[in-house]
Design a protein around this ligand. Sequence first.
Ligand SMILES: [Zn+2]
Length: 495
Amino acid sequence: MKRLFRNARWWRDGEPFTLSVVGGRVSRWPLSEAQADEVVDCHGSWLMPAFVDCHCHILPAGLDMKRPDLSNCNTREEVLRVVQDAAAEGEGWLLAVQYDQTRFNDGLHLTAHELDAVTAGRPTILRHSSGHAAVANSAALREAGVGANTPDPPGGTIVRGERGVPLGALLEGAMELVYRVVPPPTRQESVDAIHAVAKSMRSMGITCATDMATGSRGLSEEFEAYRRASESGCAVRLRTFILWGRIFGKRGEPDFHLEQTPMLRNLGVKLFADGAIGAGTAAMTEEYATGGVGMLIYEPDDLRERVRVAHEAGHVVAIHSIGDRCTDVVLDAIEETGDAARHRVEHVMLLRDDQVERIRRLGARVTLQPEFLLTFGHAYFRQLGEQRASMLKRARSLADAGITIGLSSDRPIVPGDPWDGIRSAVSRPPGFHPSEAITVEEAIDGYTVCAAGVNDETELGSLSAGEWADFQLYERDPKGLDAQPVVTFLAGEAP
Ligand SMILES: [Zn+2]
């Protein structure tokens, strides 16, 4: 198929632009109208490469789309009403998302008893929007065998009342006590969830997304779901990073097989090296305003060993690192592989000047999620104080040092519209220092060509000759930051 897209304008300078697509790729030689099988008149639309979301969670985001969403509930009564309506509709486990008790007047968690009154006996869990807490009802606690005599698991807290009776709230590692007894989605539910979120991402201009924790509920099963989705007309290209423990750890599944195609590819192995700022678990050199310095998930020697094992097995390693103390340890680990430029550091929320310089010298790649500043700003200011929080996500310093920054969303932690991320990177939200802002062109590059680079895509991101023709059209100049794509093409095809 030969397609000629004429009468467009190039997004960067508004100059007239024509795109010739042969076999889904940008042609090296411009097609004439006579040579084209189809001529598409773009009517002066602005044409831009499609977005690459190089750090998100595809299957979890898709599963969340089918769950009761509490993000608009600002009182306990509103939460209970949504849960009651949802409970009346089906049977079995009820898993709601985007619960946040800090929006309530008293800031207090709901209790299992309050939930029992509206859930008709269905085991129910409300997951906190931060992902670091949940509230379970009595039926869920019972199914999980969590009672007054259950000890707190390592790194987790069961919130308790009189005589040690669980009240419902489960913090950090304690959540897993209940989530692990929830029946996993069927394969068809997983495939449907991937399709649903892919369709939603495509409508936002995305044609390639990277799942950053593949295998949390079983690697071969998740790979099979991604493979089936990619073979049944998935709306975006799928990329995966396997959780380290899934191939090297005790629960490892070394026998998995994943075919690599332009629509589906595994990119490497993922490790978590610390926690999150809102929960006070990201590892900092300076104390939190609320006390403590956070925690490293692995001792430095242990992390180095894990990175070495993955590196020597030929994998790119992507490491979640939020606090500056953690990033020191992570940079040590990837430097020791002798090929730091091959590996990725995810989030790097808090960076000292010497660390920016070190990342430059090592040639490591980083990803940033500017939308976090919009969504979690209040928690960052509370945890770090205004001054330190104001310097989170140092996009300007990283860009000036010539470091490749992939912008990304981390959905479903945030809604994930790339334009929200771009707007946040360009005009930092109130309280965040404007000296770390980047230009709109840099931010768009961050979500297209640089995200593709961080992802090791050799055939995506810039619409150079020979690349896949993944692009989006806008009715007006997208650099005005107030437009949504009219249509997004993948390999020259509209959805
Ligand atoms: Zn993530």
